[in-house]
Design a protein around this ligand. Sequence first.
Ligand code: URA
Length: 245
Amino acid sequence: MSRTFDPQLRRAITERIRYYNELGIYDFYRREPDSELPHEPEASVIVEHQINDPALLLRMIREDLGDCTRCPLHKQGRKQIVFGVGNPHAELMFIGEAPGADEDQQGEPFVGRAGQLLNNMIKAMGIQREDVYIANIIKCRPPGNRTPEREECETCSPFLMRQIAAIKPKVIVALGAVAAKTLLAINAPMSELRGRWFDFRGTKLAVTYHPAFLLRDPRQKKETWKDLQMVMKDLGLAVPTKAEP
Ligand code: URA
């Protein structure tokens, strides 16, 4: 079926093809837009599935994101985009909700108090922050740290989907209800989401409490540790017999 691109998109595709040619990539075919990803930018996903270099793919996705103005958050006080951080070859990916003030300031997810706790959780699993990949459902700080709105999640999460597809983790851990509900497109309480595996587009996904919630209710750390142990077993990490972090 023939299709006419608008001039701006045509220019973007031309530029993108030139960029790939410079990388030595010459074969392209166009994928039909995925109906599950209504906001996925067509021009940018043309060849991603042909590239098997997660670091390069992440750079391309970041470049595509640009100085994003796709949702109103760009004019609601965000200082910078918080793309994601970590090992492009990570087997384990943590996904939170949205950057807070510290993350907005530093341009990196989970660097504030909740981030310190997440670091401790990661260490307790016997691995380092540098071993995993950490991202959020949305990449800009919502004003006053309010919960992201549905439209913000729908506009931003296609970039996260592409990050996941680039990294191909063995396991995703959704931190908190917002991340879990957005990724799984279900509306269920945490009690029904935790302690079990979900399938996320062919990748195993577990849900646990958000570290910010654990700072408010440390009694739930025990339950979180059980969730992390389930993940550790799946990844073949040694599960210590003693106490939670
Ligand atoms: N909370 C989140 O969900 N993400 C961050 O990056 C920081 C705090």
